[in-house]
Design a protein around this ligand. Structure first.
Ligand SMILES: C[S@@+](CC[C@H](N)C(=O)[O-])C[C@H]1O[C@@H](n2cnc3c(N)ncnc32)[C@H](O)[C@@H]1O
Length: 294
């Protein structure tokens, strides 16, 4: 895809075209894009194909602007020299954090009607439950699990923890605060919202109640690196995360999840993700629901 440079004679600033007729504020060359893609792969496992060029431009342009640089090259030189300080912002810019409460609701119906009642019985002597939301984004997946747990109702002397992890430090801050625009709960059942959320005075935002926040522990964790987590888990949610990774990274991840689950433990993945042909350590027991077999 060719890039052309255009001089804006009003400001005498050189701008670039994205190759699609769109005039751009900063120059991003093919080499710049390749370097961003390589760094993203190394740091996060996220694969940035050529079709992600425009997305990458608009997200990284914010960082270029923040430093007052005029080209991507200047920013990338700075990033390479200051990786410790800037890599978090670079990573935060590239992650896709799309999520919602009760997204892919069949998982929560399965928890409510089948799995939690089963675990209530299976773990009755241990009185312990561990769930991991890996790639939790702003925490709505973990809080949806927490709501379902409260709805099913476990005895108060059980030791229950939901670990919510992500690589992006900004989304973790939002998750910890548990404050969201009121529009995020609009589609949910009104009685559920009343029970589990506090509405702000101006009615523009909601905060999850402490009975949910008490269950969820947020932690920064890069799935490509070592995992300072204590298993075993009963259930792992890793939904709409591995879709950004290549197959080899997916295999390594699924195997590591299997290592942290007992035989019979469950793994939930996203609607466009698939385990079959990648690892044989899980069997499918329903729509994107898997059980560890070995
Ligand atoms: C699309 S969101 C999915 C959120 C939630 N699981 C859901 O399905 O609604 C993907 C999340 O994965 C996180 N992520 C991407 N690469 C990661 C990595 N290497 N380690 C940990 N989290 C990662 C992103 O920061 C992002 O918040």
């Amino acid at each position: 895809m060719g890039r052309i440079l255009i001089t804006d004679f009003m400001t005498m600033q050189t701008v670039s075209s994205g190759g699609d007729g769109e005039i751009r504020e900063f120059l991003m060359t093919d080499e710049d894009f390749a370097q961003i893609a390589r760094l993203a792969g190394e740091l996060t496992g996220i694969v940035l194909g050529d079709h992600k060029r425009n997305m990458v431009y608009s997200r990284i342009a914010r960082r270029v602007r923040a430093y007052g640089f005029t080209t991507f090259r200047q920013y990338l030189d700075y990033l390479e020299k200051n990786l410790d300080a800037e890599s978090t912002e670079f990573i935060n810019s590239l992650t896709t954090n799309l999520t919602s409460f009760f997204r892919e609701n069949h998982h929560f119906s399965f928890l409510k009607d089948t799995l939690f009642p089963q675990l209530k019985f299976a773990n009755k002597d241990r009185k312990r439950l561990r769930i991991w939301s890996a790639g939790c984004s702003i925490g709505q997946e973990a809080y949806s699990i927490a709501i379902t747990l409260r709805q099913v109702g476990f005895p108060s002397d059980w030791d229950i923890k939901i670990l919510a992890t992500d690589l992006d430090s900004n989304v973790l801050d939002t998750g910890r605060a548990g404050v969201y625009p009121a529009s995020h709960v609009e589609g949910l059942d009104a009685a559920l919202v009343k029970r589990f959320f506090l509405l702000s005075r101006d009615e523009r935002s909601v905060q999850v109640k402490d009975e949910l926040r008490d269950l969820v522990y947020f932690k920064r964790l890069n799935l490509l690196e070592s995992w300072p987590v204590k298993g075993p888990f009963d259930i792992i949610f890793c939904r709409n995360v591995v879709i950004y990774f290549n197959k080899d990274t997916q295999r390594i991840l699924f195997d590591r999840y299997a290592d942290l689950l007992p035989v019979g433990g469950h793994l939930m993945i996203g609607h466009s993700e698939n385990i079959s042909g990648i690892t044989d350590r899980f069997e499918s027991i329903g729509n994107t629901i898997y059980r560890k077999v070995k």
